[in-house]
Design a protein around this ligand. Structure first.
Ligand SMILES: C[S@@+](CC[C@H](N)C(=O)[O-])C[C@H]1O[C@@H](n2cnc3c(N)ncnc32)[C@H](O)[C@@H]1O
Length: 284
């Protein structure tokens, strides 16, 4: 099981929210406005690999209606952290039971159901659930190509997925070991993250091809992290530390080079980390 700490997810949340591609989000809004027939009912959204609920906090203010989110993650600690983070974020919170919250945020009512389950095993069952929209953030680079094939063939709901890592990185200043370290990082990205050998940076390309084959209309748009020391020092430091650990686990860099690269990256002035957002819909 690959573990993500709630501290890391909280650290990346502001960068994740500001990096989402706004034009694609507007395209999603137009789609939802056109396709919704019963405006009085809450919009039903299922979020895959929901962590502490960042995607709900990032997207729901841009949706002009009441919402019913189902947050799915296999890590019970993150589900509990999501309950706490969403309760703190909302204007008012009522807890119906341990797996359901009723939130009010601004003029919207948001019901949140939590489901703790392993998506590597039962994605087809999840995709059978009634929903208006399926979402995910920073999730699809973890999955494997055969799982993506299963996912795309069973998908029957519009899909909006954001911040899938595309493998491109630029760091300032550069370091002589950048290229070697990035190759090692990509090798680590392609190891098994619980779904088989991970698609990593190839995930968006694979999804796009498969979804087109299954008759979806697919739009993709870039959503890079653009980080600098002044605003994002803690995130740059944590990102560099995590990347260096992954690179170290591959054994592809000698210890001295790795140590020098890690220090340079932790103190980098700025960096760009490439991601893509993707919207898949039926019809025009
Ligand atoms: C990079 S985090 C992103 C979390 C959240 N979407 C966000 O944007 O902050 C990936 C998430 O996927 C979850 N995850 C990974 N493998 C999973 C699996 N097999 N089943 C369910 N959730 C999984 C992790 O627990 C983690 O919360």
């Amino acid at each position: 099981m690959s573990e993500f700490s709630s501290q890391w997810l909280a650290l990346r949340e502001p960068a994740d929210h500001r990096s989402r591609n706004q034009a694609l989000r507007e395209q999603l809004n137009e789609l939802l406005t056109r396709s919704r027939t019963a405006d009085s009912l809450p919009l039903r959204i299922i979020d895959l690999g929901s962590g502490t609920g960042s995607n709900l906090r990032g997207l729901s203010p841009h949706l002009d209606c009441d919402q019913h989110w189902t947050l799915i993650d296999y890590d019970p600690k993150l589900i509990e952290a999501a309950r706490l983070a969403l309760s703190a974020w909302a204007d008012t919170t009522e807890s119906a039971n341990h797996s359901c919250l009723h939130l009010r945020k601004g003029d919207k009512q948001i019901q949140v159901d939590f489901l703790c389950t392993d998506l590597s095993k039962n994605i087809e069952l999840i995709l059978e659930q009634p929903a208006d929209l399926l979402t995910a953030a920073a999730f699809f680079d973890l999955v494997a190509e055969p799982w993506l094939e299963r996912f795309c063939s069973a998908l029957c709901t519009p899909l909006y997925t954001i911040l899938t890592y595309d493998g491109s990185e630029q760091w300032m200043p550069t370091h002589p070991a950048d290229e070697q370290a990035l190759r090692a990082f990509h090798a680590h990205q392609a190891t098994d993250k619980g779904f088989g050998l991970a698609a990593g940076p190839k995930a968006v390309d694979i999804m796009q091809r498969r979804l087109l084959e299954y008759g979806f209309q697919v739009s993709i748009a870039p959503s890079p992290w653009e980080l600098d020391q002044r605003h994002d020092a803690a995130l740059i430091h944590a990102l560099a530390t995590g990347s260096a650990q992954a690179v170290g686990e591959t054994g592809l860099l000698d210890a001295a080079t790795l140590a020098s690269w890690k220090t340079a990256r932790q103190e980098a002035q700025a960096c760009m980390i490439g991601h893509w957002d993707l919207l898949a819909t039926f019809g025009s």
